[in-house]
Design a protein around this ligand. Structure first.
Ligand SMILES: Nc1ncnc2c1ncn2[C@@H]1O[C@H](COP(=O)(O)OP(=O)(O)OP(=O)(O)O)[C@@H](O)[C@H]1O
Ligand SMILES: [Mg+2]
Length: 416
């Protein structure tokens, strides 16, 4: 079941917001509605669901409605229309008490500007939410202590906020959110105020934390690289609408419209697209069952110059070239195994293709993609990698073009 389910959510700011619905239904856009009515559309018919343990990133230009969405989730603001289910419960129908419970036990917010109380020590800042919730002193101290350790701030319990760097202060913010062990973390531009180096470090730490704690995280960012790095799925917002929801790969490879395309234009695709997205189905022979004859027939039929060999469990056994297989066949040999080479580059499905570029440049054969049990999943051809990385961008020469050109020259020289 989804942790959060949002259905046809609208938020209109301004007087008598309901009067704008007829305009929305006629397809009027945000600017027009603002001009005509003075009402600002915060969210326009957003529907999505967030699964347990995923990092769901909300991304979009300033004013596109990201913060409004996150604030509706914990009902810091009241949606104009629509449904929000948290663990299957409609928060629009909750009374004050129930809402408090959800905010305390299910959702925790981490803010951009840390929101620390300046006159409280670090440990007392982390304890704050627990204190408000009426948790006994000893218990909340213990929980706060644990949360501080989680974010690597053991030893700073009695420091004051202004004695800590920005990155450390944000860790305190994170610790405070983690202290009540919420199911969902809501993070609105949580790392945006940090300088780039610290920011990258915090992203890494969040990923590590997530690997251990498996929270559900709703993460808002302006930064595409941050979105791609952290997001299991990304929702791109435009003028209060959700323009597209998808995995980083889906968004990059299949942008829904020009707005999304503009967002992803400058990203280094090779860091995000993984081997599994580009691999193709692989033709194999099975050893020792198949001999040289079968191998030659297969390669002829498929127009291949080499083919992977697997064992009965589909584990990679090696590769044989057409030349070697033909030699064995002519020699009337039945066993192919002496001709198998294991000089193959093997990688997992999640390797970014950027990491495979060097291999693609030098490898003689396709790259084999193996699952965690050592079974052959597919193959990745050098041409595919290169085509993907320099896809339809008519740029000046890339370093890669240069290498290719040099190689070609070298080859021509050798032939001459
Ligand atoms: N309290 C409010 N009163 C009136 N309009 C508001 C209010 N809060 C937000 N809006 C409007 O709703 C729209 C969405 O704002 P929101 O703050 O959600 O954007 P955002 O995507 O978080 O932007 P940013 O990246 O700048 O934080 C904007 O047009 C904004 O002007
Ligand atoms: Mg915002």
């Amino acid at each position: 079941m989804s942790v959060i389910e949002v259905r046809n959510l609208f938020k209109v700011f301004g007087n008598d917001p309901k009067r704008v619905f007829p305009l929305i239904e006629k397809g009027a856009k945000k600017d027009e509605i603002l001009k005509k009515t003075g009402c600002a559309i915060g969210i326009n018919n957003a529907s999505f669901s967030i699964e347990k343990k995923e990092i769901f990133v909300l991304m979009g230009l300033s004013g596109s409605g990201k913060s409004t969405v996150i604030r509706c989730l914990n009902r810091l603001i009241r949606p104009t229309r629509g449904e929000i289910l948290i663990d299957g419960q409609d928060i629009m129908k909750m009374n004050k008490e129930e809402l408090l419970q959800v905010r305390r036990n299910t959702l925790s917010m981490v803010f951009q500007h840390f929101g620390l109380l300046p006159h409280r020590s670090i440990i007392k800042n982390v304890e704050y939410g627990l204190e408000v919730a009426g948790i006994p002193a000893e218990e909340r101290r213990k929980k706060a202590q644990e949360a501080l350790e989680l974010v690597g701030l053991k030893g700073y319990e009695n420091s004051m906020p202004n004695e800590l760097s920005g990155g450390m202060q944000q860790r305190v913010g994170l610790a405070r959110a983690l202290a009540n062990d919420p199911e969902v973390l809501l993070m609105d531009e949580a790392f945006s105020a940090l300088d780039p180096l610290i920011r990258t470090q915090m992203q890494d730490e969040l990923q590590e934390l997530q690997a251990r704690m498996h929270k559900t995280i709703v993460f808002i960012t302006h930064d595409l690289d941050e979105a791609l790095k952290l997001g299991d799925r990304i929702a791109i917002m435009k003028d209060g609408e959700i323009a597209q929801i998808g995995t980083p790969e889906e968004i990059l490879t299949n942008p829904a419209d020009d707005y999304v395309k503009r967002f992803v234009m400058n990203v280094d695709r090779s860091k995000v697209i993984t081997a599994s997205a580009l691999m193709r189905k692989v033709d194999v022979i099975t050893v020792p069952k198949d001999g040289p004859h079968v191998a030659v027939r297969l390669m002829e039929k498929k127009g291949l110059s080499s083919v992977f060999a697997v064992d009965g469990e589909r584990r990679l056994a090696g590769m044989v070239t057409i030349d070697d297989a033909v030699k064995l066949e002519r020699g009337k040999k039945k066993d192919l195994t002496p001709a198998l080479t294991t000089d193959i580059y093997v990688t997992g499905p999640d390797t970014p293709i950027a990491d495979l570029l060097g291999t693609a440049m030098t490898a003689n054969y396709a790259i084999a993609i193996q699952d965690e049990n050592g079974r052959l999943m597919g193959q990745l051809d050098r041409a595919t990698i290169l085509a993907e990385m320099y896809d339809d961008e008519e740029e000046a020469m890339t370093p890669l073009d240069e290498i290719l050109e040099n190689n070609e020259e070298a080859e021509m020289e050798r032939e001459a």
